[in-house]
Design a protein around this ligand. Structure first.
Ligand SMILES: [Zn+2]
Length: 254
């Protein structure tokens, strides 16, 4: 089947970073992707007969795309998260086929096993990047967020997030690890309340619920500024760190 998309449509697309949405002639979304250059990427999809990521999908995508929508974002993390949100919402058929080919990534929040003899540590999940969440009917206490199409970008987002909200990447032992010393790890005896709040914020960022993260950070910062008049040795997170939080999170703002 010949591609019925008018070339002028491609030329009206922005040469900008963001998410593009391919629809068939009935307006049904068939594929969602992200790119640094939306126009070039869509052009590649619709003119090239090959697609290294999914050779078997190159022809159908060319043949059935009839309309293109796009959303411009400010940066790559924002494009990655927006793309994931939209794929989850619309479940486009070619994205589903790619997902089944295990080309996508998920962030898993995995419960630590019960050998640590530290109740707080056992209840503090660690984060992993995985290709496919296990297909089990009872996934608790594990949670998986995704799909994300780009493992490299996802690692970058998680790296930013870890600087702001330290988290575990594997079960933690009873002694401090190398990451404990550089403030990327909550240590062998975490403040469970604080850790859970941080995990919730990471999940909100990954699920594109940025306003919720921002408002809660602002609230905490205000509280901290007010309370820091009195000496509060237990509060490890300084005003400076909260300022850094807001800076890092503003990566996701438009
Ligand atoms: Zn550690």
């Amino acid at each position: 089947m010949a591609n019925i998309l008018d070339n002028t449509i491609i030329h009206k697309l922005p040469k900008a970073i963001g998410v593009y949405i391919l629809k068939d002639k009935n307006g049904e979304i068939i594929y969602i992707g992200k790119s640094f250059n939306i126009r070039e990427r869509v052009k590649t999809h619709l003119t090239n007969k090959t697609w290294s990521a999914a050779p078997h999908l190159a022809n159908p995508l060319r043949a059935y795309t009839n309309q293109v929508d796009c959303i411009i974002t400010e940066n790559e993390p924002e494009a990655l998260i927006k793309e994931s949100e939209l794929i989850k919402k619309h479940k486009p058929k070619y994205n589903i086929m790619l997902r089944d080919d295990k080309q996508y990534f998920y962030v898993g929040f995995i419960a630590q096993d019960k050998k640590t003899k530290n109740n707080n540590l056992e209840k503090a999940p660690y984060l992993v990047i995985t290709h496919q969440p296990p297909k089990t009917k009872n996934p608790a206490p594990k949670t998986y967020i995704g799909p994300f199409t780009d493992g490299k970008s996802l690692k970058l987002v998680l790296k930013y997030l870890r600087k702001v909200f330290p988290y575990y990447t594997k079960p933690h032992g009873i002694l401090p690890c190398a990451y404990c010393h550089i403030d990327l790890c909550p240590g062998p005896d975490p403040d469970l309340g604080e850790y859970k709040k941080n995990i919730a914020k990471i999940k909100h960022v990954l699920q594109a619920k940025k306003p919720r993260v921002l408002s809660s950070l602002k609230k905490e910062m205000k509280k901290h500024v007010l309370s820091s008049i009195k000496p509060l040795p237990k509060i490890k997170i300084s005003k400076l760190k909260y300022a850094a939080c807001l800076g890092a999170i503003s990566l996701f703002s438009r």
